[in-house]
Design a protein around this ligand. Sequence first.
Ligand code: FPP
Length: 242
Amino acid sequence: MPLSDPQTQNGPRHVAIIMDGNGRWAQMRGRPRLFGHHAGARRVREIVEACPDLGVKYLTIFAFSTENWKRTQTEVAGLMSLFRRYIQRESRDLFQRGVRVRFIGDRIRLDDKLVTLMDELELLTAGNDRVHLTIALNYGGRDEVTRAAKRLALEIEKGRLSHKDVDAETLSRFLDTHVLPDPDLVIRTSGEARISNFLLWQSAYAEYIFVDTLWPDFTAAEFARVLAEYGVRDRRFGAVKA
Ligand code: FPP
């Protein structure tokens, strides 16, 4: 994919979402944090289903960061079990709805059973093209760029590339996202206005929209409103309007 492949119509082709606020949502109901993550998973389904009608071809969601391992053992184990169950439960439906699923992030720290399920889902949906859902799991932008730089360095060491070949386009071919266009829009829920190491390289020219809604309350209707807000933004990619 070319580095910047901007959307020419009004709607974003690639939307990335930082799904924040599950913990607070649960806390407000006097329930454990995992209760919020389960509610969050149900919202994932609704938002994925809304994509075709809203013209969103690529959806990338931040499910677990390289920093999330710092959470309690109970929460981490609960999230990993939720991801396994989500894949087991949703695979057939995702396949039938024409969703192609990919995972980005470093799989090295994930348990074998989860990695097998991820591989199987990627394989099952490899022929789909209606919506491209990318799930970031044990993902960090800095970690991704570091792993890409390492692989690039190895290619140079083996003599398959020269340092003269190294430019932004070449480096981007080693990123986990190499087959995806850059995101046009990054949404973060829950009122926090930071990017938390998500798609650092790829979001260079993305629009950001921060909403106060906690992720488990983020409906398809609100998603549509956010996309409409994006539609009136003026994207210049560093250039000046003619
Ligand atoms: C951030 O909210 C959310 C996460 C770290 C996990 C995101 C996971 C899901 C939405 C679960 C389902 C995902 C899939 C792909 C099945 P937080 O826990 O940091 O919330 P807080 O800021 O209110 O504490």
